[in-house]
Ligand binder design. Structure first.
Ligand code: AMP
Length: 182
């Protein structure tokens, strides 16, 4: 198992975040319980909590990489608090000039992620941010993209880890920081 932590002890700020997660059964297909963090982002106090809590875990990274799409919102806030820049990893077809591309399996279906050319210098250190860690395929593909362009991933931060799906195991060797797990 990777180093890092699920910071699951009681904390009033994180309890507010947890209480705002909306469960949507059978989305985007039957059998998937979708954990919607949109209400968390819409709440000023909860949004500030996740930004500051994740920023405290950025460590020695000099850039935050946010995964499309909720990872953009959270990653940008984390970067601002931590004092780093932010780079998006995007779904296929959005970027004009692509440095690297990965197709991978999701909890439902497949997806392709891309990294823009000339945004990250080889040797830079990245802290990757997404809203939910489920099977870990998205995080694994993102780390592979970054490795391909010579970027070191020094941590992976997420608000919510769906622990039963085992995503942490696919991020072997990376410090995984989840603010809480369900
Ligand atoms: P995974 O690659 O399985 O770790 O999935 C991570 C990505 O898919 C994240 O960007 C999540 O937003 C989304 N995702 C996957 N499963 C769920 C779920 N059950 N609830 C909410 N988001 C999910």
């Amino acid at each position: 198992m990777s180093a890092g932590a699920v910071d699951d002890e009681f904390d009033p700020g994180l309890e507010r975040v947890r209480s705002l997660v909306r469960d949507v059964p059978d989305h985007p297909e039957p059998g998937i319980l979708f954990r919607d963090l949109t209400p968390v982002l819409a709440d000023a106090e909860a949004f500030a909590t996740i930004a500051t809590e994740l920023a405290a875990r950025v460590g020695l990274a000099d850039v935050v990489v946010g995964i499309e799409a909720r990872g953009f919102l959270i990653g940008a806030a984390v970067a601002l608090v931590a004092g780093t820049g932010v780079v998006p990893v995007r779904k296929a077809g959005k970027l004009p000039v692509v440095a690297a591309s990965r197709t991978y399996d999701l909890e439902y279906g497949t997806a392709t992620l891309e990294l823009a050319a000339d945004t990250l210098a080889p040797g830079s250190k990245a802290f990757v941010v997404d809203d939910v860690l489920a099977t870990g395929g998205t995080g694994e593909a993102t780390c592979a993209l970054l490795a391909e362009v010579g970027v070191e991933v020094v941590g992976f931060g997420t608000v919510l880890e769906l622990a039963a799906l085992g995503g942490r195991a696919r991020l072997a060797g990376i410090d995984v920081h989840a603010l809480f797990s369900l």
